[in-house]
Design a protein around this ligand. Structure first.
Ligand SMILES: CC(C)(COP(=O)(O)OP(=O)(O)OC[C@H]1O[C@@H](n2cnc3c(N)ncnc32)[C@H](O)[C@@H]1OP(=O)(O)O)[C@@H](O)C(=O)NCCC(=O)NCCS
Length: 203
């Protein structure tokens, strides 16, 4: 069992970020296989998806390491570089995606959970967003029905954690991402609820 003292957290940008992308793909494939993502890992999808971080000057990976091994990671990038397809629904709500630092994913191997790494992932991404002058941070999370057959008994969503971090879901702001679910033959679209936080305290 891992202990918190074994975990080192580092901000990765530039060449260090690029060097971490394969490890990030491995983590995404391992961690997102579980409910609620149920992602049937796909290397080609990973290469395509992770290119956005490699190409974005403002991108950040917060890496969690046990020795040299990447055992967790959280990602962020200017929303205009990473999720520009969602510009229109944000604009309809009076928001400009140029003001938003987008948090991509937080993935941590199960043995390392419960030691505050999830909070560190938010702290460091919010700090970078402020340094870069963004007024808001946003992320999205898959929406699954509460009676989904793959929902484990005793599953508890992360909503309370995200609210405690100052994020709130934006009513009706739901995007879509496509991937193949475990047990499915084909890629399907998945509704993704956007959450938003003001970094300036103004709204
Ligand atoms: C999200 C994740 C990185 C959090 O990691 P962590 O290091 O265990 O989180 P922390 O120890 O910092 O705990 C953060 C808070 O969330 C709560 N929390 C953590 N996991 C939880 C869960 N499964 N259900 C409910 N609350 C949870 C903790 O109790 C803690 O609350 P507190 O501040 O009141 O003590 C990790 O659970 C994970 O990889 N989950 C699977 C992937 C995922 O769903 N990612 C989020 C969407 S991209």
């Amino acid at each position: 069992m891992a202990g918190s003292s074994a975990i080192a957290i580092r901000d990765l940008t530039g060449a260090a970020l690029i060097a971490a992308l394969d490890g990030l793909a491995d983590l995404r494939i391992a961690v997102f296989r579980d409910f609620p993502y149920l992602y049937a890992g796909d290397r080609a999808y990973e290469r395509d998806y992770l290119t956005a971080y490699a190409q974005s000057k403002g991108a950040l990976i917060v890496g969690a390491f046990d020795g040299d091994r990447l055992i967790g990671a959280a990602t962020a990038a200017p929303m205009a570089d990473h999720a520009s397809e969602f510009a229109a629904p944000f604009r309809e709500r009076g928001m400009d995606i140029d003001d938003i630092f987008y948090f991509g994913e937080s993935v941590l191997l199960p043995d390392y959970r419960g030691h505050g790494v999830g909070h560190a992932f938010f702290d460091r991404r919010e700090a970078r967003a402020r340094e870069l002058g963004f007024s808001h941070a946003s992320f999205c999370a898959v929406v699954r029905p509460t009676d989904h057959p793959a929902r484990p008994a005793g599953y508890s969503p992360l909503d309370a954690f995200w609210r405690k971090r100052g994020f709130a879901p934006v009513d009706g702001l739901i995007g879509e991402y496509g991937w193949r679910d475990v047990g499915s033959d084909a890629k399907t679209q998945h509704p993704m609820q956007f959450w938003l936080k003001s970094l300036t305290g103004r709204d």
